[in-house]
Design a protein around this ligand. Structure first.
Ligand code: 13P
Ligand code: SF4
Length: 332
């Protein structure tokens, strides 16, 4: 019986990966992994991608079970879209600091202050919050979701203040109210770190996730002429992968969770991808370990349960999200 790889021993990793795939086949399970997962988890998964790509895959895959290597709201979204499937999360404590900034009661109270407003929720929210909203979005389709709503309509956007500011900027809408939540990992990649790195690497391209505290600074650097416009791209994790595949740059500075670097380096070995902040690690994402994945596959632990009524109300909002925007990356 394989044990989980404790160190980077190739034979051990191969044995572990073979056992993971064997157990998955026995369960007729598909393993989905987010781009921020540990490298060995990304590599063993059937599909790795951003939130939108993984949601679309969860709705489409032909399997009895989805083993979701990501965080709780992502696994819940998979369950909402595929209620007939068993969805397993290898550690049910893998949460999200951003999702924790708003409750269903907060949404009801906010809506009551703005009767008639459309409520747009970033997918980084609990099922109970999604059930109170009109349409969900991810970072790869947030602007398209806003554009799908009539121009004159008042909008409540939750819960990420930096993504909210970004969609306001790119859509030019001024009737969007933004919830002041933030992700502790991305908020920590601030304008100061970005300016320092950009100044020390004047020729590098810069990829910035819109949840970052530095997204505004990145656009300020462009606006002030300190960095040429074509060097800075604000992108979802899937958008970063597509840009990386085509990049001819010698170096790209990456402002997001550091797990992303594994995928970026894999799709373009000729470009050096370096973090803007090497401490930007999401400990929730890293709770999914090689050992826990094996245990889940062996014992069926970590089942996600969403009550039928909440799931049905949340599903309308999530299905609208899945229908909007171009397919983002979710690779083999
Ligand atoms: P993406 O939708 O870009 O994959 O981001 C998900 C996330 O949790 C960012 O922190
Ligand atoms: Fe949540 Fe931030 Fe972790 Fe993404 S990186 S899962 S937003 S805590």
């Amino acid at each position: 019986m394989a044990t989980a790889p404790a160190a980077a021993d190739t034979a051990t990793v191969q044995d572990w990966a073979a056992e993971v795939r064997h157990l998955a086949a026995e369960r007729n399970a598909v393993i989905l992994a987010h781009n921020y997962q540990r490298p060995e988890i990304q590599d063993v998964a059937h599909h790795t991608g951003d939130s939108l790509a993984l949601s679309r895959l969860a709705a489409e895959v032909d399997a009895d079970t989805i083993v979701f290597c990501g965080v709780h709201f992502m696994a819940e979204t998979a369950k909402i879209l595929s209620p007939e499937k068993t969805v397993l999360l290898p550690d049910l404590n893998a949460g999200c600091s951003l999702a924790d900034t708003i409750t269903a009661e907060d949404v009801r109270a906010w809506r009551a202050e703005h009767p008639g407003a459309v409520v747009v929720a970033y997918v980084n929210t609990s099922a109970a919050v999604k059930a109170e909203t009109d349409i969900c979005c991810t970072s790869s389709n947030a602007a398209d979701v806003i554009r799908s709503i009539p121009e004159e309509q008042e909008i409540l956007f939750l819960p990420d203040q930096f993504l909210g500011a970004h969609v306001k900027r790119v859509t030019g809408r001024d009737n969007i109210h933004v919830w002041m939540g933030e992700c502790h990992v991305h908020a920590g990649i601030d304008g100061h770190s970005l300016r320092e790195r950009v100044n020390s690497e004047p020729d590098a391209e810069v990829y910035v996730h819109p949840e970052c505290g530095c997204a505004t600074s990145a656009l300020y650097l462009v606006g002030s002429g300190a960095v040429p416009e074509d060097r800075v791209k604000v992108l979802s994790t899937g958008g970063m992968l597509s840009a990386a595949e085509e990049s001819t740059a010698d170096k790209v500075l990456v402002a997001t969770e550091t797990g992303m670097l594994h995928q970026l380096r894999g799709v373009n070995p000729d470009t050096a991808f370096e973090p803007v902040n090497s401490r930007a690690e999401c400990h929730y994402m890293k709770m999914i370990t090689a050992d826990k994945l094996l245990t889940t596959l062996r014992k069926g632990t970590g089942e996600i349960v969403v009550d039928d009524e909440t799931a049905a109300r949340a599903r309308r909002s999530v299905e609208r999200m899945v229908a909007i925007g171009t397919p983002s990356r979710g690779g083999e």
